[in-house]
Structure formats: structure tokens, C-alpha cells
Design a protein around this ligand. Structure first.
Ligand code: 4AD
Ligand code: MG
Length: 442
């Protein structure tokens, strides 16, 4: 190929991502990827090549391509890596809107006996092969939605003047109670993997006003449910000079923004996931806001057995969320069942100024937040009530010693949010390499 002129015009085959092939219709292109699927009749091969951006069908017709090429295509194996060249044709029925008439092919590496075949595999087998399972159309779609959600959240927060200030992973103390801590040996000292970056985000909010942290968090939760991971990602905004109302407003606006961004930018992926788009399109402001007391009354009316004063479990959350076509915000839970740092409602000291956002369709709690206790003496008393070691929290108490202000924030569970947006049953598919009770491989 020379820059000088096009003696080869029309023969050039620049490398093109599958997602952009359509714009090359009528011209030649090269795609680099892996064999996703091969279907053949005697006279024609339909070769599906995936390159990470999409899947394209390359068609080879016997008699129209050199016989050795036709034979080589027929001998391809699933997940072999290769390079194909050919002319791009617009094909409205194809997922990306384009097809390739195969003209040349180079096999880069021949894969033998790829373990994941088009037949159905059980979840245990797939999880054991998670490193390969990621290559499936469905898993790739989920990861793309996850990426879009992360991007949307970061963009949204930046536009609202939030600064990303990340929290440490190794911590000296519990944030969300002592029962779910993973301990680590930190040069002879006991440390814990963080359950939440919140306490550090509070310190950062006193420095920068509006901040968020976003990172992996850890809970040694012995619950083997579809909603629990032992390692999950949490996005935690924190605002100085904020009330519970401000916290609810932000959570609502952020969720609406994330859902609409996914609807705009990940249509193909939602189609692959067979997501009912109507369910996402109805996610608009305002979200219903009901108090714990009202929620308890509604549960009783619907005959759901539940002990007033306790936290909601999955069945209660499902029953409450199923009444609405959008997330519902339940606020002011009994103080006794919530974390030490939540501020009590001055109008009803038995209640905490907190909120849980419950996703529709039974996905349960995706966001938990609160206004924080900002009074020094009260916070000292709370630490004692919760039997937390005061020494480890002296730095946190400093925030109430030096210019304490009303403040609050929330934590949004990324995998739960992605599961709901994707309409995926289980959280294990919403994180690249899930960590769950009894699973740490691969
Ligand atoms: O309600 P949680 O425990 O709240 C906190 O950790 C606060 N410190 C956050 C804050 O205010 N900055 O957890 C927040 C969210 C939940 O609503 C849920 O979405 C998710 O984190 N989550 C989990 N996700 C997956 N697996 C688990 N085991 C989870 N535990 C909580
Ligand atoms: Mg919670």
C-alpha cells in the first residue's frame, strides 16, 4: 500500500471493529477476532466472528471462493483466533447491520476442545470456567452495561461537582458492624478489608464538600443468596451540609440518569439480554417515598408475616417494590436495626434518618444511605452501644470536634444495580470474577 495513490483502490482492507463495520458497507475490511460459531451447509459456510465489539457473520460460498479457503473455513474450531478479510455488505437482519463476503483468512491460533459449547451448561461448570464464560454474548453484554453504568455515574457526579476521593481497602475498624469482617494480618497487626468507604468519604467531604468513593468492598456474609457477593463494588457519594432529603434527591436523580444512559447507549446489549425495555423506560422521577412505619402497615395489610421493628428481608423488600413500576424509597427505619453512624430523627428518636432504595421487580435494596450523626457526644454514646472500639474511631470523632456539619450520603451496590438494569437473576453474572461463599476460583 502506498500513500501516493490507489492502484489497489477497492482492494485495501483496513482493520475495522465489528461494531463499526456498517460504515464500511461496499468496501473491504479486516476483522480480527475469534470463531464464535460455524454453521455449514454443503455449499456455504456461515462463520461468526466475535472481536469484543460485536459478532459478524462472514459468508463463504463454494465455487465463489478458492477451494482451499472454503476447506479451511470448514475445518475451523470454536474460539480459534483468526483474521478475516472481505467485502462488507449491509445486512439489516444481522445484529450489527453488516455481513462480510469472505475473501481471505489467516488462522492465528487453533483452539482444540473449547470446553464451553453451545449446549446448556450448569452454573457450577460455568463459574468454574468464568475466565472463558466471559466470551459469551450474554456475559459480554452484561459487562458492557456494567461499564456504561459506571461511566454514567462518574459523569453524573462530576457534573454535580463531586470529587472522586477513594477510600482505603485495608482498614483498622468496622463500618457496617463486626459480624461480616474479613480479617487480614497487617505486619503483625490486625486489619480488615473495608466493608464501606463511607467513614473516609465523610472525612473527605469535610475537606472538599461533595465527594464520592468507588471501589471494591468486602463482607464475610455467610448468606448464599443470589443477591450477596463477598466482594462487591460500591459507589458512595457524601455531601457536607446535607439532610436526608438531599440524600434521597441525589439517589433518585443518579439512578434515573444511569438507567436512561443505558437505554440510550446499550440498546443492542439490552436486546441480547432480552430485557423488557418498558420496565426501564418507566424509571422516572419522582420515586415513591414511604416511611418504614407506612411500609410496615402495607406489609401487614397484604398479609405478609413480619415483625415490626425488624429490618426488611428479601420477601418484604420484594413485596414493597412490586407495588411500583420504579424504585421505591423507604426511609426512617428503627434506629436499633441500623448502623451506629446514622442520625436519629429528632421528630421520632426511635427512628434513624436513613433510606433504602428498593429496585422494582423484586431486586431488593440497591442503595442504602443516611444523614450522619454529627454530634460528638451522641456519636461517642453510639460507639459504646454498638460495642465498637473507641480508639479505632478517634480520627472519625475528630470530624465532630472540628467544624462538624449536618451531612449525609449513600452507598449504591453496583452489581445489584446492574443486575436490575439487565434483568439478570443472579449477581454472580454482574461482576467479572465473582467472589461468593465457597467460591474464590478462578
Ligand atoms: O446498605 P449498606 O450496607 O450501606 C453501607 O455500607 C453504607 N456505609 C453506605 C453509605 O452510606 N456510604 O450497603 C450499600 C449497598 C446496598 O444497598 C447493596 O446495594 C450493596 O451495597 N450491598 C451488597 N451488594 C452485593 N453483595 C452484598 N453482600 C452486599 N451488601 C450490600
Ligand atoms: Mg443496607
Amino acid at each position: 500500500m502506498s500513500a501516493a495513490g490507489p492502484p489497489e483502490a477497492g482492494r485495501e482492507a483496513p482493520r475495522v471493529a465489528v461494531a463499526r463495520l456498517r460504515s464500511r458497507a461496499g468496501a473491504r475490511a479486516e476483522v480480527r477476532g475469534w470463531v464464535y460459531h460455524l454453521r455449514s451447509s454443503g455449499k456455504i459456510h456461515f462463520l461468526q466472528v466475535r472481536d469484543g465489539t460485536g459478532i459478524v457473520q462472514a459468508v463463504a460460498v463454494r465455487g465463489e471462493v478458492p477451494e482451499p479457503l472454503f476447506e479451511a473455513v470448514g475445518a475451523l474450531t470454536q474460539e480459534s483466533s483468526l483474521l478475516v478479510r472481505g467485502r462488507v455488505r449491509e445486512e439489516p437482519r444481522a445484529p450489527g447491520g453488516a455481513e462480510i463476503s469472505l475473501e481471505e483468512m489467516e488462522v492465528i491460533h487453533r483452539a482444540e476442545g473449547y470446553p464451553i459449547t453451545p449446549k446448556e451448561h450448569g452454573p457450577a461448570f460455568l463459574l468454574e470456567h468464568r475466565h472463558l464464560w466471559l466470551r459469551s454474548r450474554r456475559q459480554a453484554a452484561i459487562l458492557r452495561v456494567r461499564d456504561a453504568v459506571i461511566g454514567a455515574l462518574r459523569d453524573f457526579l462530576r457534573k454535580k461537582d463531586f470529587v472522586c476521593v477513594d477510600s482505603p481497602i485495608f482498614t483498622p475498624a468496622a463500618c457496617e458492624g463486626t459480624t461480616t469482617l474479613f480479617a487480614a494480618d497487617y505486619f503483625g497487626e490486625k486489619a480488615f478489608l473495608t466493608q464501606s468507604g463511607q467513614l473516609y468519604a465523610e472525612a473527605a467531604a469535610m475537606a472538599l464538600g461533595r465527594v464520592y468513593c468507588f471501589g471494591p468492598t468486602f463482607r464475610a456474609e455467610k448468606s448464599k443468596t443470589r443477591r450477596h457477593l463477598t466482594e462487591f463494588w460500591m459507589l458512595e457519594p457524601e455531601m457536607a451540609f446535607a439532610t436526608l432529603e438531599d440524600v434521597m434527591d441525589l439517589a433518585e436523580e443518579m439512578l434515573v440518569d444511569a438507567v436512561s444512559t443505558v437505554l440510550e447507549t446499550r440498546k443492542e446489549e439490552l436486546k441480547v439480554l432480552e430485557r423488557d425495555l418498558g420496565k426501564l423506560e418507566s424509571v422516572k422521577r419522582p420515586f415513591p417515598r414511604i416511611s418504614y412505619a407506612e411500609a410496615a402497615r402495607l406489609l401487614k395489610e397484604s398479609g405478609i408475616p413480619f415483625e415490626e421493628g425488624g429490618d426488611f428481608g428479601a420477601p418484604e423488600e420484594a413485596a414493597l417494590s412490586q407495588r411500583h413500576d420504579r424504585p421505591v424509597m423507604v426511609h426512617r427505619y428503627p434506629h436499633a436495626v441500623k448502623a451506629f453512624y446514622m442520625k436519629r430523627d429528632p421528630a421520632d428518636p426511635g427512628k434513624a434518618l436513613c433510606v433504602d432504595v428498593l429496585a422494582p421487580e423484586g431486586y431488593g435494596e440497591i442503595v442504602g444511605g443516611s444523614q450522619r450523626e454529627d454530634d460528638y457526644e451522641t456519636l461517642v454514646a453510639r460507639l459504646a452501644e454498638h460495642k465498637l472500639p473507641r480508639e479505632s474511631f478517634e480520627w472519625y470523632l475528630d470530624l465532630r470536634r472540628y467544624g462538624s456539619v449536618p451531612h449525609g450520603g449513600f452507598g449504591m451496590g453496583l452489581e445489584r444495580t446492574v443486575a436490575w438494569i439487565c434483568g439478570v437473576e443472579h449477581l454472580r453474572e454482574c461482576v467479572p470474577f465473582p467472589r461468593m461463599l465457597y467460591r474464590i476460583y478462578p
